[in-house]
Design a protein. Structure first.
Length: 558
């Protein structure tokens, strides 16, 4: 049975159609068809003249743009684009399998759509555009410049994970040519933004220029990645520049999907709507908290995975603490709306956290996911999906709301050959090596190991990846093992923190003996660690390749 696969609202593609199908095609709402298969290619194939006659009888327009299999030229793509401009929509384009039609569309829209958007649309329809990704990145034109850069190790992403692994690898292999690809001018210490939102840190203290942090001897390619060609050991940059590698490390972080909540983008930074997940908004959080004397304060948490799963409630605790200290807590209705069903994923820390929920008289709303915001009306809309009841939508008015945005892998990762079915880089959870490509590794928030997505996790992962890449360069098998370690310093009040440290399966992995810091209980020592110790450790150790307390566990190398 012939199936029509929608690529856009105006275009579907399909395998070969027959004249007898044209009436049904018209009845389905199509206005035109484009034939991209040359006459005579198959023994059972109708001619275009037959298709055109049947199309005319059905009231459809028909066009003939025959493409030899595997030979879509730049001129063909331009002609297809012109036909799409001219013809009434929607259009059905067809060939033997639909692949040539999908390719023509991909190349014809390459100047106006991103590579990721094109790859996502064609992938959803069942077509892999990996073979023409360089042409798509080059605006639909066949690239002519083959003077590609080449490095022994290429690292995609200059965040905490990328710079740390570069520094750790350079310390092990000073002679290795390493390049970091990242378009950003500024590098941020994101764990500090909770403290900015709580009035503890100044925002400027969490930012440094990217150039000042790239390790000595490491090349910085200031560009965005468009796509990957792992079969060719190549990374395609925006503008179709190609960077070749012997080994690839992928760590671009994740994407904050603000647009997934209807109306949110229009009201961020005003109407009482804020988020500590953005550098420019964290100071607004503190402004709202410090000025609030009465009303309702909402704090939201979307479905997992998100970076730093404790951050949504950290904002709530620090706000509640400030309102307690200023004597206005009794006038404020604090609500925590969590799309999940538990306060925190590791049960050992929940009793201490619940005491603070009670202290701040915060109302917990589980299975409650923010789906829309009307900023001017100061109303949030939640979709409530409890296991026992039908899905319902709840409207909640607010005076201030701290939003944690939905989060996904970056678009160029989700549509790449490196991704698993959910869109995350597919790695072995112990070695962090890619499951299908032996010369690819990943760490940080973008990979699919079942660990918490925190800066502390990246700090532990960087030496593991560096050690295993160095071993691979030496012809040895991977022997450094990641145990899933992550840390979440839960700022339950100003001056005290519940220091959650855990690994795979929720196993507790404390860094200190209980007499120093008992992580399951709030402590002043943990606060001092967060406020005074961890920022300099981040800037002066982690990003410099100094692996204090994070030497990787190893098994015997072969």
């Amino acid at each position: 049975m012939t199936t029509f696969k929608a690529i856009t609202a105006g275009l579907s593609v399909s395998e070969q159609i027959t004249p007898a199908m044209l009436r049904d095609i018209a009845d389905q709402g199509y206005k035109a068809v484009i034939c991209n298969r040359p006459d005579g290619e198959g023994m059972d194939q109708p001619t275009f003249d037959e298709i055109e006659a049947a199309a005319r009888a059905a009231g459809l327009q028909a066009r003939y743009l025959p493409i030899t299999q595997g030979k879509v030229t730049d001129e063909d793509a331009a002609a297809f684009g012109a036909m799409m401009q001219e013809l009434p929509k929607p259009v059905l384009a067809f060939c033997r399998s639909g692949m040539r039609s999908a390719t023509l569309w991909s190349l014809s829209v390459a100047k106006e759509k991103s590579v990721a958007d094109i790859l996502a649309a064609t992938k959803a329809a069942g077509y892999d555009m990996g073979g023409v990704v360089r042409r798509i990145a080059n605006g639909g034109k066949t690239p002519t410049d083959r003077a590609d850069a080449s490095y022994q190790v290429v690292i995609v992403g200059g965040g905490a994970a990328g710079i740390s692994v570069a520094a750790s690898l350079k310390a092990r292999k000073p002679e290795v040519e390493i390049a970091i690809i990242d378009p950003a001018d500024i590098h941020y210490y994101q764990p500090g933004w909770t403290m900015v939102g709580g009035g503890v840190f100044e925002a400027a203290s969490t930012a440094r220029t990217m150039g000042s942090l790239i390790p000595a001897g490491v090349h910085w390619i200031k560009a965005a990645v468009a796509a990957f060609e792992p079969e060719n050991n190549a990374v395609i940059l925006d503008g179709c520049r190609v960077v070749k590698y012997d080994r690839l490390i992928v760590c671009p972080g994740l994407k904050l999907d603000w647009h997934k909540v209807e109306g949110l983008v229009d009201t961020l930074g005003k109407n009482g709507v804020t988020s500590n997940y953005r550098y420019d908004l964290a100071p607004y959080t503190w402004k709202l908290v410090s000025e609030m004397k009465e009303g309702r304060a909402l704090f939201t948490q979307p479905p997992m995975p998100i970076k730093c799963a404790g951050a949504p409630q950290k904002a709530m605790y620090l706000s509640g603490d400030h309102w307690t200290r200023t004597g206005v807590l009794k006038n404020i209705d604090i609500q925590f709306h969590n799309a999940g069903g538990v306060l925190f994923g590791v049960k050992d820390y929940v009793p201490s956290l619940m005491k603070y929920i009670e202290r701040y008289n915060a109302h917990l709303n589980f299975f409650s996911n923010l789906v829309a915001v009307d900023g001017e009306a100061r109303t949030a809309y939640f979709e409530v999906k409890t296991p026992e009841e039908p899905v319902r939508q709840v409207a909640v008015e607010f005076d201030m709301m701290h939003v944690t945005p939905p989060q996904t892998a970056p678009d160029f990762i989700r549509v790449s050959p490196l991704a698993d079915a959910a869109g995350w880089v597919d790695v072995d959870q112990a070695t962090l090596r890619h499951k299908r490509y032996d010369n690819v590794w990943s760490l940080g928030d973008v990979m699919n190991a079942p660990n918490a997505k925190t800066a502390a996790a990246a700090r532990m992962q960087a030496p593991v990846v560096a050690e295993n890449v160095a071993a691979d360069i030496d012809g040895l098998s991977a022997h450094a093992i990641y145990n899933g370690y992550g840390s979440c310093p839960l700022t339950v009040e100003r001056g005290k923190i519940v220091l959650a440290e855990f690994g795979y399966g929720g196993a507790l992995l404390p860094s200190f003996p209980k007499w120093v810091i008992d992580g399951t209980k709030p402590s002043r020592a943990a606060w001092l660690l967060k406020e005074q110790v961890l920022p300099p450790v981040y800037w002066r150790a982690m990003l410099k390749g100094k692996e204090w307390m994070v030497k990787p566990e190893t098994v015997a190398a072969s």
